[in-house]
Design a protein. Structure first.
Length: 539
């Protein structure tokens, strides 16, 4: 039996005394290795406090790096779900190990990738592992739905006007239970009432935003109301008084009504669950047919007629055509701030004599109609040119640039997109030719006609030559000193681009130019007379 370096991976989701401990997993893996292999050394990777739902774990990533470097011969874990609960992640791991000639053993399931049946059984087990995780998630979600149907507050950030209060009660079996309900913050609820009344009076979120600024109305965190916050408050059913009209409103929209009409008592407010879908830091409002509507334990404050009228006005205003012509002007909108009040500055476009003019305007100034800030606007073309001239004249410090870019991922930058796209196209061509060869090989195994076999063999040879040519092309592309996939050369690519920015900048489209400027400039301050440009190498 050959002498082997054994890697052991262990994971535990939480720092608790429950379940199989990290130390015990390692102990069992070592015992198995010493019994079944001739061990020269152990490399141990421990991730404690990390979920198996993804591979974003420090020691797991380190283990993959060492596998790529072929630092060990066999990887052992106590159980498959210690590696991953995701089929796709597990598949990628097994492929990586196979490509590097590394065996894999799971001692609990007694699987060994050195045999075909072992590989097949591992994939089956990983499927059941993922199914178990999805079942647990579904059970938790169902439990949350059931609590929502009872009108309870389920946690999270409380709506403006309320705080969460814990209550205790005894169930039918005399067991002590806890529930949470919303209790009013009367000063905030008075402001909410004003916002509803003013919106119906003014008819637009922009005018309501201006009114709030001019009258010194702020959020509970003492920030100015913007249109998104106002829209969220005005569309929240938590404020509406539960009555027959509200029951009929949600019935018409096919919402799931957890209480019958007799429970809509003209007193309590509503609790609605499943209103939003949060993905990758984006909150998407779901259709009302997906909502779960229940009568809450708190009192409502907005009459149903007013709340329903507000929804109609919000819907009507949202369908109005947005202003055109502002999407491809103003390179500095992500960076430019007003020195007077600290607000962002937005682009404003005008047209005269078939020409387009644009300038940057302080948001606070615009929203408050100059009541809270009166800083002068700045000519957009002039501001953009000033920043461009700053970029062309700045002296770049290599170390500062590295610190600024950090772990920059080239695949997220449109400037590098075309470089990466060429390689992906080559890789796709290689895969396509390999599929052709596999199909032809299958036909060859079934064919008995020597003439046809001769033709198939010739085709296989031609496809193989094309694959070798594409691989050579890919290798040369990778060896190119400016290739963005070579992480150590990201910096060189940027430096080359920056040293000839006058010639390079014009080849970028508008979004690429914005992204490029955002990478190199931290912020730009307008004081009414000049621009202060804060670049990365200030720090």
């Amino acid at each position: 039996m050959p002498i082997s370096i054994i890697a052991i991976y262990s994971r535990k989701s939480k720092f608790t005394g429950k379940g199989e401990s990290i130390q015990n997993q390692i102990k069992l893996c070592k015992e198995y290795a010493e019994k079944n292999f001739t061990v020269s050394d152990f490399i141990v990777f421990e991730d404690e406090g990390y979920s198996g739902s993804n591979t974003n774990r420090p020691k797991y990533r380190e283990m993959l790096d060492q596998a790529l470097s072929k630092r060990f011969h066999i990887l052992i874990c106590y159980r498959l779900d210690r590696m991953s609960r995701s089929i796709s992640d597990f598949t990628r791991l097994v492929e990586l190990l196979n490509e590097n000639g590394i065996g894999f053993v799971s001692i609990r399931e007694n699987f060994d990738t050195s045999t075909p049946i072992g590989r097949a059984m591992m994939f089956i087990a990983s499927i059941f592992s993922q199914l178990e995780r999805e079942t647990i998630s579904e059970r938790i979600r169902d439990n949350m739905y059931n609590l929502a149907r009872r009108g309870r507050w389920l946690g999270g950030r409380t709506p403006t006007g309320f705080v969460s209060k814990q209550l205790e009660y005894y169930d039918g079996d005399n067991n002590k239970r806890q529930i949470f309900k919303l209790v009013p913050k009367h000063n905030e609820l008075e402001l909410v009432k004003q916002l509803y009344d003013k919106y119906l009076e003014l008819g637009s979120l922009s005018k309501l935003e201006t009114w709030a600024l001019q009258n010194n109305k702020y959020t509970r965190k003492n920030k100015a109301f913007d249109k998104s916050i106002l829209s969220f408050i005005l569309s929240n059913p938590v404020y509406a008084i539960a009555d027959k009209a509200m029951y009929e409103y949600f019935s018409t929209h096919n919402s799931e009504l957890s209480w019958d009409i007799s429970s809509f008592n003209n007193i309590n407010g509503l609790m609605v669950y499943n209103r939003h879908d949060v993905r990758k830091n984006k909150t998407i409002k779901k259709d009302k047919s997906k909502w779960i509507v229940a009568v809450g334990l708190h009192e409502g404050i907005i009459p149903s007629e007013a709340w329903i009228n507000v929804q109609g006005l919000l819907t009507k205003n949202s369908k109005k055509s947005p202003r055109l012509g502002t999407g491809k002007t103003g390179l500095l909108t992500n960076l430019l701030k007003c020195k007077n009040c600290g607000a962002n500055m937005r682009i404003s476009v005008s047209r005269k004599n078939n020409k387009t003019y644009y300038y940057y305007k302080c948001l606070t100034k615009e929203r408050s109609r100059s009541a809270q800030c009166n800083i002068p606007n700045i000519n957009g073309k002039s501001a953009d040119m000033t920043v461009f001239e700053r970029l062309t004249s700045i002296g770049y410090n290599k170390k500062a640039l590295i610190n600024h870019l950090g772990n920059f991922n080239c695949s997220e930058n449109k400037v590098l997109y075309n470089y990466c796209l060429d390689d992906r196209n080559i890789q796709n061509e290689i895969i396509a030719y390999e599929d052709c060869i596999n199909n032809l090989t299958l036909q060859l195994s079934k064919n008995k006609d020597p003439n046809i076999s001769k033709y198939i063999i010739k085709q296989i040879g031609e496809f193989d030559e094309k694959i070798q040519g594409l691989k050579t092309k890919l290798k040369k592309s990778y060896e190119n000193s400016s290739h963005p996939f070579k992480a150590k050369l990201h910096l060189e690519f940027f430096l080359k681009f920056l040293y000839n920015i006058n010639g390079n900048f014009d080849i970028l489209d508008f979004e690429e130019k914005k992204r490029f400027i955002d990478l190199l400039i931290d912020e730009i301050i307008w004081d009414g007379h000049g621009l202060e440009i804060v670049c990365y190498n200030r720090y």
